[in-house]
Design a protein around this ligand. Structure first.
Ligand code: LLP
Length: 422
């Protein structure tokens, strides 16, 4: 195998001795590849973030909800959040106990709330009207409430989930109304939570937001937990040596805030975070085959089989993903050139990397699209009636196992009902 540009995966020993070209051949492309060791390391990074004793990491399963993946997260002693009955269902299948699941819903029906109540999980609601609905269907029940601390952060305006421009959370000025509803329906407030947004690379906003959240918490004695949310970022521009989040510095700042809060609150209650991306992004890449290389006017296009049905982040948020090139033949190529890497979907926006400087890419080469484990497969679709890809896992001993089969054409017909007469 002639590896052409593999700085990132080599440094991480991502393939654990396996050949990406051989994996692409054996499992077909596109395929999501996960590395178990890296996933476990990321779980441990966050479990050890602080010294505060009652600290719980809830993995945010919306980032990646694969069953085998969840089983590994569970075995690392993390708990989970959920955003839908589907996520609760998967988490129960992966072995999480109901009390290890925190359902943080947004604008859901009474039936959905009832599903969560019946499942026995902790539930957070994030508006006065949803609190009223909860009280009506489950008077006397335990509940948590999501507040908007007024501080937001994130890599794109679409993923900032606190502050003035978002639908999420209850403004602190409505605390009297929250208290009135809790009393009206005899609800027991067990926790409060927030999530300021997704992907911060420095901790200021997060630390400011937890200070604001703790001020809110102090107005509610008797809480069992406060959940500070997720958003911990990862460096997507690794080939340019983008620095990772300084977990030591951030951990120390958070730790200080946690102890201070516990002292002021008068009790060391459970304090939680709910990271998705940090845990799941870096342990995965997509292998995709190049099927055409062409010039169109001034641009050189590299066309591969990873369309935005497979990875939506670039078209949705203009997100950057590093790309490596693997080649089966022993032809060496040191040259680089500027290319635009595109998928196979019938939209011009189907671009994985625009005007990117990459080693010379040829038809038949295999691309590695890096850091794809968070919001990758979970956002994949059947657009253009394409099949959602397989997922494989490189175990810690280097063995490769299939953890999701590639869809087949018949899957496209599932749940469709043909007319009897036309
Ligand atoms: N908790 C709540 C309530 C959330 O809404 C989210 C993410 C998280 C935790 C986890 O955030 P994380 O630690 O992963 O940043 N699809 C977008 C990201 C959307 C995030 C939605 N909420 C992307 O690909 O960048």
């Amino acid at each position: 195998m002639n590896k052409i540009a593999t700085k990132v995966t080599d440094q991480m020993d991502f393939f654990e001795g396996n050949d990406p070209v051989a994996l692409a051949k054996q499992y077909g492309t596109p395929v999501y590849v996960y590395n178990e060791r890296i996933l476990r390391e990321r779980c441990r990074d966050l479990k050890n973030l602080v010294t505060y004793p009652k600290f719980v990491v809830d993995y945010s399963a919306k980032a990646n909800c694969n069953l085998a993946f969840l089983q590994i997260v569970k075995s690392e002693g993390l708990e989970v959040d959920a955003m839908s009955p589907g996520e609760i269902f998967m988490e129960r299948k992966a072995g999480f106990a109901p009390e290890e699941i925190f359902y943080i819903c947004n604008n859901v029906s009474a039936e959905e709330m009832q599903y969560a109540i019946d499942a026995g999980v902790h539930i957070s609601v994030d508006s006065l009207s949803q609190l009223e609905q909860f009280g009506q269907i489950a008077p006397g029940h335990e509940v948590a409430v999501r507040f908007n601390p007024g501080v937001g952060a994130g890599h794109h305006e679409k993923v900032v989930t606190a502050g003035k421009k978002t639908k999420f959370g209850i403004e602190p000025k409505y605390i009297p109304e929250v208290k009135a509803l809790l009393e009206k329906y005899d609800l027991k407030l067990i926790g409060i939570n927030q999530h300021i947004g997704s992907l911060f690379m420095t901790g200021e906003a997060f630390v400011a937001s937890i200070a604001a959240l703790f001020e809110i918490a102090k107005q509610f004695p008797g809480l069992k937990f406060v959940d500070m949310g997720g958003g911990f970022g990862i460096p997507y521009k690794k080939e340019f040596d983008e620095a990772p989040l300084d977990l030591k510095e951030l951990g120390e700042a958070i730790d200080k805030a946690l102890y201070k809060f516990a002292e002021e609150y008068g009790e060391q209650i459970t304090l939680r975070i709910e990271p998705g991306r940090y845990i799941s992004a870096e342990c995965s890449l997509i292998l995709s085959e190049v099927h055409s290389v062409k010039h169109n006017h001034e641009k050189k296009f590299v066309g591969c089989d990873c369309g935005f049905n497979v990875l939506q982040r670039p078209i949705m948020y203009d997100s950057y993903h590093g790309i490596e090139v693997y080649r089966g033949s022993d032809v060496k190529s040191e040259q680089t050139e500027t290319v635009t890497v595109v998928g196979n979907i019938c939209e011009s926006g189907d671009i994985l990397a625009k005007d990117r400087e990459l080693p010379e890419i040829r038809k038949g080469d295999i691309l590695g699209i890096l850091d794809a484990g968070a919001y990758g497969f979970t956002m994949a679709s059947n657009y253009n009636n394409r099949l959602r890809p397989a997922e494989i896992l490189i175990r810690e001993n280097g063995e490769v196992v299939l953890i999701r089969e590639r869809e087949v054409l018949e899957d496209l017909l599932r749940h469709q009902i043909a007319l009897k007469n036309v």
